[in-house]
Structure formats: structure tokens, C-alpha cells
Design a protein around this ligand. Structure first.
Ligand SMILES: NC(=O)c1ccc[n+]([C@@H]2O[C@H](COP(=O)([O-])OP(=O)(O)OC[C@H]3O[C@@H](n4cnc5c(N)ncnc54)[C@H](OP(=O)(O)O)[C@@H]3O)[C@@H](O)[C@H]2O)c1
Length: 350
């Protein structure tokens, strides 16, 4: 059904996956975006209600194959595809489309860093240069004028939001930052993997990608931009027995005479106009449950027991602020809409 109040026709490529489903859930209630095209790979041709039963009963277009999808009536594309495939599909899209890519393909600005971490040369290096890294709270103006936005990764979002303003203000030491982060299993997508089976994940906690995870260079890129000089971090991701959520515990050394109160005040000032970031009061503990299903990032600052240090805690929902919610936030900025349009849903806690 066409809603005449909805004026921006959109396509979701990879709508049979988790981030694609989350985008459908959000855009159905968006005041301006209309879903015109939904695509899939293995699940192309299946009814949406069969692939995503929670979206059954809605008036949605069918899942068609991504290759050859008719985008002639569309103004914006959300690409929810695996990295590698995404850059090749996006490179073939018409120039007049605004594109938000949820994959990692356009996040690293440096072609050599990309090749080092992804084991291949980029298929669209000119687009890699053009893409704007869409952490809206840090790059709001650039996102507003972008044609292609690289939607940030989930661990980088949870890490950069507390760290970037503090590094930019010179309140923490760029040396020795440790990011210990945990993710829910939906962070790995819907494709079948032994390591994500219920028996492997439930009642268990494991680290993965130790000193080798591709979000490491993405985090360092954002921190180096904020600090104005190269920053290296220790970053260890973990998989925990929950469906959604990222919890980042970040250890920093204080710079100069700064203390935890100064860090908290600086973050509160930095995000005073940011609708999705909440800096918690002293002693308050963030929880993934408090942001589940919402586009919020909650963060708090604690003084370390050892003098000269602080501990930052940051939580997001990986499918929302870590992916599809942030993508809608970027879409809103690119089309000069209210940044919160379609994103006013509260968290689902408990
Ligand atoms: N999950 C998260 O929390 C999260 C957070 C931030 C960023 N991301 C990134 O966002 C992208 C999508 O993630 P996701 O979790 O939604 O993944 P997913 O659940 O595995 O879904 C992937 C989608 O891509 C399609 N697809 C698979 N292989 C393809 C190919 N070779 N060519 C074209 N389409 C293909 C799948 O179609 P079929 O199912 O029909 O085969 C499905 O629609 C990924 O790049 C991921 O890294 C994910």
C-alpha cells in the first residue's frame, strides 16, 4: 500500500538478515520513508512472513534477488549485505541514490589498511574515499551532505562514543587504552555458524578475534581522528549468552589533572544536544537491557581504584545504535529530517 504522506522511497538490500529485518521494523513506522524494495540472496522469492514471522501481516514488497533488483523508483538504499559483496553491489548502483552501507566495506579510509585487514584490494577505491564514516554524534555535518555513508560497526560505536570527546579534549592519555567488549550473538548475523549454535553459546562466555579483530583498526581510525595523532588500543571482543547488546568496559589513564568527575562533565557537555546518548550520573550502572530495542547509548564514568585511571562503561543494542538504528539516524540526517524520526521507540527492558 502506498502512503501518500511517505515521500522517500527506500530499498533494503539483504532484508532477509537480522539488520535488514530491524530496518523493516523501524521504517514501517517512519513518518517519511516508504519501503519499496526488499532483497535477499538464498531466501529470495520467499514471503517476508516466512523469513521473518514477526513481520508477518504487514503490507510489504516481496523479497526479490539483489542482483538485478529494480531500484528505478527508489531514492535511498540501505545495504545490509556481507562485506566484500556489498562494495561490488554498491559500486554498480546509480549515482543519484543516497546509500547507507551497514557493512564494513567503506569504513576504513585508508586503502592499504583495508587491504591489510580484509585480505583483498578494495573493488571501489574511489567510493571508499568518498564515503563518510557515519558516527552522527561526531560527524553530523559531514553525514548531512554525504551521498554514501559507511555506517559504523557495533564495537566501534560503543567504544568511540565515550572515547572520542575525551581524547579530543585532551582529558585522557592516548597511550594504553584497553577496550574489553562483549557482544550478543545477533552481532554475528543470521547465517549458520557452528560457533553460534545454542549449545555453544548458552551458559558460556568466550573471547574471539583476540588481537586480530577487524573492528580494532576501525576503532583506532576514529580515535586517531579525534586525537589528531595515531592512537593504538588493546581491544578484545567477547561473545556472551544474549541475543542483543554490546557492553564495552574501557580502561583509560587520565591526562594532566583530570579526574573521573571532569570526564563525566566533559561527556555530558559534549552530548547535551545528542538525542540518543545518555551520560549517567555518578555511580549509575549501564546495562544492555536498558537499551535493548532502542537507538540509545548509555555511558558512565568511574574513578579507578588505582590513582590516575578511570573506567568508562558504554552500552548499545548492536542491531540498533550498532547497526539499523544508526542507519536510520544517518538516513534522517542525509534527507534533512528530524534526527529522531522513526527512532522514538523506548527500550524493551526487561
Ligand atoms: N548483526 C549486527 O549486529 C551488525 C552490526 C553492525 C554491522 N553489521 C553488518 O551489517 C551487514 C549485515 O549484517 P546482518 O547481521 O544483517 O547479516 P545476516 O543476518 O547474515 O544477513 C545478510 C544478508 O545478506 C544476504 N547475503 C548473503 N550473502 C550474500 C551475497 N553473497 N550477496 C548478496 N547478498 C547476500 C543474505 O541473504 P539470504 O539470507 O537470503 O542468503 C541476508 O539478507 C554485515 O556486513 C554485518 O557485518 C551487522
Amino acid at each position: 500500500m502506498t502512503d501518500k504522506n511517505k515521500t522517500i522511497p527506500t530499498a533494503i538490500l539483504g532484508a532477509s538478515g537480522y539488520t535488514g529485518a530491524e530496518l523493516v521494523r523501524l521504517l514501517v513506522h517512519h513518518p517519511q520513508a516508504e519501503i519499496k524494495v526488499l532483497t535477499a540472496e538464498r531466501r529470495a522469492g520467499k514471503p517476508v512472513a516466512e523469513v521473518h514471522p514477526h513481520l508477518g501481516g504487514l503490507d510489504l514488497p516481496p523479497l526479490t534477488a539483489t542482483a538485478g533488483a529494480d531500484l528505478s523508483q527508489v531514492a535511498a538504499v540501505f545495504a545490509c549485505l556481507p562485506h566484500g559483496a556489498s562494495q561490488e553491489i554498491i559500486a554498480a548502483l546509480p549515482d543519484d541514490l543516497k546509500i547507507i552501507d551497514l557493512s564494513a566495506d567503506f569504513r576504513l579510509a585508508d586503502t592499504a589498511t583495508y587491504a591489510q585487514w580484509y585480505g583483498r584490494d578494495h573493488a571501489a577505491p574511489e567510493l571508499q574515499k568518498e564515503a563518510v564514516y557515519g558516527l552522527a554524534e561526531v560527524a553530523r555535518e559531514a553525514v548531512t551532505t554525504a551521498r554514501l555513508v559507511a555506517n559504523p560497526g557495533c564495537y566501534p560505536t560503543a567504544s568511540l562514543l565515550p572515547l572520542a570527546p575525551l581524547l579530543g579534549a585532551g582529558l585522557i592519555d592516548p597511550e594504553g587504552i584497553i577496550i574489553d567488549a562483549k557482544s550478543g550473538v545477533s552481532g554475528a548475523g543470521r547465517a549458520l555458524k557452528d560457533s553460534n549454535l545454542f549449545c555453544e553459546v548458552s551458559e558460556s562466555f568466550t573471547a574471539y578475534g583476540v588481537a586480530a579483530h577487524r573492528h580494532g583498526p576501525e576503532i583506532e581510525q576514529g580515535l586517531s581522528d579525534a586525537a589528531g595523532s595515531p592512537v593504538a588500543v588493546t581491544f578484545t571482543p567477547h561473545l556472551g549468552p544474549m541475543n542483543r547488546g554490546i557492553f564495552a568496559t574501557i580502561y583509560v589513564r587520565l591526562a594532566g589533572r583530570a579526574d573521573a568527575n571532569a570526564l563525566r562533565a566533559a561527556l555530558a557537555a559534549s552530548y547535551s544536544g545528542a538525542p540518543f546518548v545518555r551520560v549517567l550520573e555518578e555511580g549509575a550502572m549501564p546495562s544492555t537491557r536498558h537499551v535493548r530495542g532502542s537507538n540509545a547509548c548509555h555511558m558512565s564514568v568511574f574513578a579507578d581504584r588505582r590513582p590516575g585511571g578511570a573506567i568508562l562503561l558504554s552500552v548499545i543494542d548492536n542491531l540498533m545504535k550498532g547497526a539499523s538504528g544508526q542507519a536510520v539516524q544517518n538516513f534522517n540526517l542525509m534527507f534533512r529530517l528530524d534526527e529522531t524520526a522513526g527512532l522514538d521507540g523506548l527500550a524493551l527492558s526487561p
